[in-house]
Every structure is written in structure tokens, then in C-alpha cells.
Design a protein around this ligand. Structure first.
Ligand SMILES: NC(=O)c1ccc[n+]([C@@H]2O[C@H](COP(=O)([O-])OP(=O)(O)OC[C@H]3O[C@@H](n4cnc5c(N)ncnc54)[C@H](O)[C@@H]3O)[C@@H](O)[C@H]2O)c1
Length: 306
């Protein structure tokens, strides 16, 4: 595939991982990060990914950090925006981008929830505005939801999907700019039920996690819910839906259990207690376990492709 100059806006949690994976695919990447400290920490954070994945250090030379937007995106074929999740800020960035890049440069937002229809509302060339929802950490989780809004052209869709596929990601085409796209809708539908079960005293939070990880989660990476329905048979899926669905939680707002915990300052691992208590060291062990698992999966995927 053709190698591009690619701009990344924001060198935070998501931006540095996106920059890494695009440089690893052979592209030259300019990262615009206005915060001096965060910009200065970029080489250390990129080197940590390199260590984790055991890649060739030469790829880091393809990433340049910039304190201004225009030089970071100069000559770019694609720009991936990973700035804070605030609509006015993203609109301002996209307006600046429009005057800094060519009319055909694809402008992608990594927004988790803000529709790109809104982000690109005032641009002249809206057909190249697209959603690319990476999952954290973007250099390890394969999926990218590529969201087509009502103005996004088929060419922009195709070129973005091709670029991401070539970079080793698994892009999927989301045909409408709906809140939560596909992945977060599925994830939060499950969480709503999990909160309801714990609030009703059916089981504790730890049990929910065990049921998911040791139950259907053990097969989810190789068998999606649609495949699973076809596997067991849609007649059985219908019988279960007929009995069960009326009992599932349908609360149309955030649950009280979540609101009460936040009000009490029980925010999870960062405060030592959330849905369960976290002793010192336990949270670090969870993070290390996750990082190790995702890195092993990423390495295995890369090996199977070579
Ligand atoms: N964290 C996640 O799990 C996750 C997952 C998917 C999508 N996202 C989305 O990705 C985007 C970035 O999230 P993050 O978690 O990387 O946040 P972050 O706070 O780690 O990074 C944002 C970076 O943008 C920089 N920034 C601030 N103002 C800027 C400006 N005007 N121009 C350019 N950069 C600016 C900040 O200094 C910071 O380094 C958000 O839209 C978020 O919703 C996050």
C-alpha cells in the first residue's frame, strides 16, 4: 500500500497509540500535542509500546511531535483527531484542519460519542469527514469502527478502511452515525443488566465478572453473539427471548447504584473502592494482566500474518 504522511491531533492516551500503529505500518506521522509536558513524554510512552511488542526501533523515527497543528498535518493524506471529548473544541480543530490540509485529505475523529455529523457541520468539504473509533489501547485492540455519516463519501470510507486494514487493524463499516456506534451499545447493554443484577442483590460485582470471564466471555473472542445464535439454532434463541426478555432491565437512565457510588467518591481502582474494594497493588495487577494478555494476542496475530 502507498505510504502516506499522516497527522494525529492530540498525543494523549489514544493519540500516541494511534501514532505508533500507523508508524509501524510504514507511514510518516506528525503528532500535534499542545501540552508541553505531554509532548515531552511522547518518546518515553512510544518506547514503552515498542518494548511491549518487540518491534524494530527504527519505526519511532517516523513519528515527529509538534507544538503547532499546521506542521503536524502538512502534506497529510489522513488526519486522525484524538483531542478531548468536547464538541466545540473538536469543531474548532476541524475548522483549523480544513485550512491546513488539501480538500481531499480525510479527516477522521476518534470521538467515543460525538457524531462526526456535528463535528464537521460547518466544513466546506464534508464528504471526507469520518468517524474512526479505536478501542483502548489502540495499538493492541484490533477493532476500529469506521463510521459513515450522511455526508461521508464512499471513497473516504474505502480509503480509510484500506489504510486501517493495511495497518493490521480490523475495521468495520458502521453505516449510520448512531450514539455509541456498535461496540459501546453492546458493551453498555450488558453493563446495564450487570448493574441491575448487583443492585437487586442477585449476586455481587465479583460474581458478575466471574460469570462473564469464565462463562460466555471464554468463547466470545472466537464466537460472536450472532454466530452463537445460529450455532444453537434460532428456534432455541426465540424460546429463550420469549421467556427472558421481559425480565431484563430497561431503565432509560444511568442506574442509581452508579450515581450513588460516584456521589460517595467510590470511583473504582483510582480511589481504592468502586463496585468492589481494591487493596493496594491489586489494581496494578489487573492492569498488568490486561496489558500482558493484549500484547500476547497482538504478537500472535502479527506472527500468524507473516
Ligand atoms: N480513553 C479511551 O478509552 C478512549 C477510547 C476510544 C475513544 N476515545 C476518544 O479519544 C479522544 C481522546 O481521548 P484520550 O483518552 O486519548 O484523551 P487524553 O486526555 O489522554 O488525550 C487528549 C490529548 O489532547 C490534547 N489536547 C488538548 N487540547 C488540544 C487541542 N486543542 N488540540 C490538540 N490536542 C489537544 C491533550 O493535551 C491530551 O494530550 C476522545 O475523543 C475520547 O472520547 C477515548
Amino acid at each position: 500500500m502507498q505510504k502516506h504522511k499522516i497527522g494525529v491531533i492530540g498525543g494523549g492516551l489514544m493519540g500516541h497509540g494511534i501514532a505508533y500503529l500507523l508508524a509501524a505500518a510504514g507511514h510518516d506521522v506528525g503528532v500535534f500535542e499542545p501540552n508541553t509536558e505531554i509532548r515531552a513524554s511522547l518518546p518515553r510512552r512510544l518506547a514503552a509500546i515498542l518494548d511491549l511488542l518487540g518491534d524494530d526501533a527504527a519505526l519511532l523515527k517516523r513519528i515527529a511531535a509538534h507544538e503547532q497543528l499546521a506542521p503536524a498535518v502538512q502534506g497529510a493524506g489522513f488526519v486522525f483527531e484524538a483531542a478531548p471529548e468536547k464538541l466545540p473544541l473538536k469543531q474548532k480543530i476541524f475548522a483549523e484542519l480544513e485550512s491546513a490540509v488539501a480538500a481531499e485529505t480525510i479527516l477522521a475523529s476518534n470521538s467515543s460519542a460525538i457524531p462526526t455529523t456535528e463535528i464537521g457541520r460547518d466544513l466546506k468539504h464534508r464528504e471526507r469527514v469520518i468517524g474512526t473509533h479505536f478501542w483502548n489501547p489502540p495499538h493492541l485492540v484490533p477493532l476500529v469502527e469506521v463510521i459513515q455519516n450522511e455526508k461521508t463519501s464512499e471513497v473516504a470510507m474505502r480509503d480509510t478502511m484500506d489504510l486501517l486494514r493495511d495497518a493490521g487493524k480490523t475495521p468495520v463499516h458502521v453505516r449510520r452515525d448512531v450514539p455509541g456506534f456498535v461496540g459501546n451499545r453492546l458493551q453498555h447493554a450488558m453493563k446495564r443488566e450487570a448493574f441491575a443484577l448487583v443492585a437487586a442483590g442477585v449476586c455481587d460485582a465479583e460474581t458478575v465478572d466471574t460469570v462473564v470471564k469464565e462463562g460466555f466471555g471464554a468463547r466470545t473472542a472466537v464466537l460472536g453473539p450472532m454466530e452463537q445464535s445460529d450455532l444453537v439454532g434460532l428456534d432455541l434463541a426465540l424460546d429463550i427471548a420469549d421467556v427472558l426478555y421481559e425480565h431484563l432491565d430497561r431503565t432509560a437512565s444511568a442506574p442509581a447504584i452508579l450515581r450513588d457510588k460516584v456521589k460517595a467518591g467510590k470511583l473504582g481502582m483510582k480511589t481504592g473502592e468502586g463496585l468492589r474494594k481494591w487493596a493496594p497493588g491489586e489494581a496494578d495487577a489487573v492492569r498488568a494482566r490486561l496489558s500482558r494478555f493484549l500484547a500476547e494476542q497482538a504478537k500472535a496475530r502479527k506472527k500468524s500474518k507473516t
